[in-house]
Structure formats: structure tokens, C-alpha cells
Write a protein that binds this ligand. Sequence first.
Ligand SMILES: O=C(O)CCC(=O)C1=CC=C[C@@H](O)[C@@H]1C(=O)O
Ligand SMILES: [Mg+2]
Length: 375
Amino acid sequence: MTSPDPAQPDRAQPGPDGLHPPPSLPPLPGAPGGCALPSVEELLADAVAVELPMTVRFRGTTARQALLLRGPAGWAEFSPFPEYGPEESSRWLAAAVEAGWQGWPAPVRDAVPVNATVPAVGAAEVEDVLERFGPVPAVKVKVAEHRPGGGLVAGGHAADLARVRRVRELLPEAAIRIDANAGWTEDEALHMLTELADVGLEYAEQPVPGIAPLARVRRALRERGVATPIAADEAVRKEDDPLAVAAAGAADLIVVKVQPLGGVRRAAAIVAAAGLPAVVSSALDTSVGLAGGAALAAHLPSLPHACGLGTAALFADDVVAPPWRPVDGTLPAPGVRAPEPDPSALRRLQLDREGRRRWAERVQHAHAVLAQISG
Ligand SMILES: O=C(O)CCC(=O)C1=CC=C[C@@H](O)[C@@H]1C(=O)O
Ligand SMILES: [Mg+2]
């Protein structure tokens, strides 16, 4: 549909050591060569802070907050999780600046396949959760969820195994991937992934924290004859160098998310430079942010796996009407800008004055980090 984006590094060009692709990624807003960084006042001029109720607990929460911004190129989302500090949040703000003040790069496909996402629910609830997504080619099952104070949630390993097996029973043909969010020790990961070998997992996402442990688990599984591919998520989006996991050969594929990686162009450049198959996933964004994920998935030259972008199905309400939810297992590509939020949904979901103040403060702090990069 379109020619390659010049912002993407050329994978055919090896880096200085002759082996690895060049590490250069598109600059963040405000940095030399990047798009201009709007002022805080400009960013906040039309901002609306919202809270979306969820139909099921996910990542320990039943409500998701976000700040929606409006720039000349369209609507944008800034929704770092509450525990994220200014530095990590600055990449989320960079993604919002791209969406609202620059626009997304052009798509090469019209629609993207998505997976259903099953939070750490009991096996008896799996059917209900899956119903919200409709027919899908793939399912992600959350495992290894911890209580806020530490320790696995009730049911532990047995509940995780039962949840995955229930999905397989209900959807014998679907691809099933699990996501442990770095919640297992290496021994637990080896034990659980060996137990689940008969399910034929599509891949296991971040079974353990870090890069070296991921590489060890991957190697040890092979030695045991377990062929489950290993995907890196936190080892991409939370490391200083998002390419380190690929350079270390620690994963078979990478998970990429637009907000945590600083925008569609940056995420696409990371995929190109990593040289590994990629899965585009959501950051539990509202439909505005999800459209950014769909823009990335629609822009990538190759999309070998269904995307974790069906998460609007976990919300009881959303800012766009109709919400950016999967239909027949796919989401439409949004083009170069996000869908317009529905004004009545914004009124219904907006936070009070104190909530707005907290979000404005988070924008200021993240902005200060980006402004510092630009010198
Ligand atoms: O990939 C999916 O199916 C849904 C998105 C998803 O799992 C996540 C969204 C937001 C925060 C993360 O804890 C989580 C993930 O780890 O991938
Ligand atoms: Mg993950």
C-alpha cells in the first residue's frame, strides 16, 4: 500500500561491528532531528482526564485512568500506570506527542488480527471472559500474578495450569500464548513450561525477569526438548536499551507497545533493528491509545502474530463510540490519526478536579525529562 518509512533504520545495513544492525532509533520529540516538543500549556489545552471501569480485574485494577490530549494532528493518549515515574512516563508522553502533533506513519494493511486476553481469573470464569472478545485466532493467558505484597495470587501454579487448559478445551484450534510478566523464578518457569508442553503454546512471554535469566530459561527448555518460543516484553520496554535482548539472543520474538516505547515510529524502528518477529500489544489503553497500537501493527512490514490489542473488550465503558473492539478477530487500521472521542463519553468518564490536577502534574514531570534530552 505504501513505501517504507524513512524513519526506520535499514536492516540490510550492518552496524559498525559488521554483525548487528545500527542502534540508531528515531529521536524523541524535542531531541535534535525529532519533531518539536509542544509546551506543557499546549499539551494540556484540551486535555481530558478519564477513568474507565473494567469488567474484570486486570493487572490488579478494576479501573483504568488516562489523559487524552488533542493536538493539530488529532487525539492522543498519555496513560503511564500510576507507579511509573517521570523518566519512564516520558516515553509515553513522546508517543502522545507523535499521535497529536505529528500523526502516525501510513499503514501497509487495512486490518490487524488480535488475540483475546484472559486475566488471572479462575478456570470457571474463562468462558465468560472469552465471550467478550468474540471469535479470535489467538488467546493470551495471564499467569504468575502476584499479590501486591508479594506471593502468587490464590491458587498459584495449579490455578494457572487450569486456566490455560480451560482455554485449550474451549478453543482447540486457537494459538495460545501465556504471559508471566516476569513473575516466575527460573525453576518455576522450567517446571511450568514443561508441564504445559502438551498444550503446544505459541510462545511464553517474559516468564522470568531480565535478559540473562530469559536466555538461560530458553536454553534449558531446549535442552529438555521443550520447543516453546520465548518472547521478551519487559526486557524490551523497561530496559535502557530496548535492543539489548535481541542482541543477546535471549528471545525468539519481541513484544512491542507504542506508549512504553515512545511512539509508532520508534516501536517500528525497534522491530526493524531487533530483526526478530514482533507482537504488537496494548498497554491497556483506551480506544484512542489502542488505535495507536493498530497503527503500528498496520505499518509493520511483517505481522506474523495476532496482536494483543483486543483489550477494549475488558472495559465496561470507553471514550470512543463504538469502542475499538475486535470484530471477527480483527481491528481496523486507523490510518494516520486516532478516532475522535465521543463528547458524551468524555463527560461521563471524566475525573474530578483533583484527578485532573494529578494528571497535569504527571505531564509536567514527563515533559521536563523530554525537555532535558533536547538540552
Ligand atoms: O497482550 C495482550 O493480550 C494484552 C495486553 C497486556 O497483556 C498487557 C497490557 C498492559 C500491561 C501489561 O501488564 C500487559 C503485558 O504485560 O503485556
Ligand atoms: Mg507482557
